[in-house]
Each structure stands twice: as structure tokens, then as C-alpha cells.
Write a protein of this length. Sequence first.
Length: 286
Amino acid sequence: MRNVLVTGATGFLGQEVCLRLMRMGYRAVGLTRQINEDLAAVPVVGDLLRDEDFVGPPLVYDAVVHCAGHHPGETDEVEALHEEGTRRIVDEARRSGITRFIYISAMGAGMHAPTRFQRSKWNAEQIVVKSGLEYTILRPHLMFGPGSRTFRRLEEAANRPWAVLPDTKPLIQPVYVGDVAEIVLRSLWLDRSIGQIYDLGGPQSMKLEDVVRHMARDIHLFRILTVRIPRRFAFYVLNKLGRVGPILTGEEWAFLQHEVTRQDSRWLLDYGLLPHSLAIYYSPLI
Ligand SMILES: NC(=O)c1ccc[n+]([C@@H]2O[C@H](COP(=O)([O-])OP(=O)(O)OC[C@H]3O[C@@H](n4cnc5c(N)ncnc54)[C@H](OP(=O)(O)O)[C@@H]3O)[C@@H](O)[C@H]2O)c1
């Protein structure tokens, strides 16, 4: 296997996947709507939603890593990209005779999940599962690492002397983007990952405010004020209290209201990889 088509190649995870593929001697073919000089892949321009005839890249490739997707609350196209976009790339893979397909879903994906984001990921998973392709579905929790838009907003909150955060009781399980990229790579040659769905959560389960505390430059001076916010006012209140833009979108807030942590030790066993903790990026300077 030599050529791998990566959708979402310009994204936070996609870039990391392309870099690792290139380093391992694969040729990464990166699908993007607009060519970007920093793309660590052979670029192919295409829009999974708007190109009338999405016929895919004119290159021969052996596997697809489908990373293109949205974040909760980011756009109204979440269902379109996750469902229609996935259907198109699956059809394209079948038409080209590709069998190996890695799909990046999200932890908490479910038919009756509380957010549009999670429900659309579930629908996309069903398209992949029923496709007849040799699939592996990876469901990361919130990914951290350089370039995460969500963590950048949390970092901004942590770099002020104090932060106002919504009081969220459920725990989250941040997972390092490099670990997810490594799992993608290993899936390409690990036959026992075919037909499997893995929940990828980091080693720590913590509250949102503890994640922000982890990021604070001076843990002794930093203060967090948590406030209880009725769900229907959350987006408005977060906008106002976040001071420099919202710390969380309304959908992210809804997502965090429902705990979806999982300890799925199968990915440690099947891939032999120990996930990194948040401390590799955010160690408080004491
Ligand atoms: N980040 C997280 O914490 C997290 C957690 C759980 C699951 N996920 C999922 O993991 C995947 C990767 O996330 P990420 O954070 O790397 O995303 P990201 O940085 O927002 O990147 C999204 C990618 O999707 C591509 N894209 C968007 N609309 C497209 C369209 N119509 N046609 C083709 N490509 C399109 C963009 O490519 P261009 O703009 O170059 O066209 C971009 O490369 C997504 O499916 C996301 O839902 C992310």
C-alpha cells in the first residue's frame, strides 16, 4: 500500500496524518477545497458538497482516510458534510476499487445522542458500516495539540488572571492528536482493526475547568469562576462572559452536558500504544 487519499488534509488531524504518512514513506494525496502551500500532501482540489460530479482525484490510491468533518456548532452544514460528504467519498472509493477505509467519527456518536454533531456522526458511521468496505471507525474525544481551535479558546481563557466558565459536571477525556494520527497509520496495516469501532479517549478523565487549570501559566494566581447557566441561555451568556468571544459554542456546551467518557482498552491492546496525557503540552509552571 503506497498512496493514501486523506480528506480534511488541511485540518488539525488531517495535517498530522499526512505528515506521518509521508514520514513513513507513503504518498499522501490530500483533498482540499483550496490549495494551501503548507499542505503536507499531494494536493487534489475537491469539495465533498459542492462539486456536482465528485469524481475524486485522478491518481491511483490504495486507501482512504476520511477526516473531513465539522466541529459541534461550527456551521449549519454539519449533517450535509458528515452524511452526504461521507456517502460521496464512500461511493468514490467503491467506484475506484479501494477497499480500505478509515473514518474519523467522534466519541458519543449515537442515533439518539443529544447534539446534531453526534447524531450526524452516527449516520455517517452507518454509511461506512454498510458500504461493504474494509472499514475502521475511530471515535476520538476532544483532541488537543498545537492547532486545536477549541483548545486555543480554552488557552485564551487560561492566560487571563481569571476565567468564567460554565459549570459542567460531566467529565471529558482529551486525547492527543498525535496519538489519533498514529492510530490512523497503524490501522492501515493492522488487519485486526478491520470492521472495528474504537473509542479514543485520553488517559485522564477531568472536568472542563480542570483542563483550563492545567493550561494556566501561573496556577497560584489563576482563578476560575464557574457559573451555572440554564441550557437555553448558554450560548448568549458564554458570548458575554467569555469577554473575547465565546469560549464554547452552544453545541459544544450541549455536548459537554452529557458525559461520554469511555475506557476502551482495546485500542491499547490492538495498537500497542499508550496515550499521552495533557501534561505533554500543558504543564503548570510552579
Ligand atoms: N478536533 C476535535 O477535537 C475532534 C473531536 C472529535 C472528532 N473530530 C472529528 O475529526 C475530524 C477532524 O477534525 P479536525 O479538528 O482536524 O477538523 P478541522 O481542523 O476543522 O478540519 C476540517 C477539514 O474538513 C475539510 N472540509 C470541510 N468542508 C469540506 C468540504 N465541503 N469538502 C471537502 N473537505 C471539507 C477542510 O478542508 P478544506 O478547508 O481545506 O477544504 C478541513 O481540512 C472531523 O471529522 C471532526 O468532526 C474532531
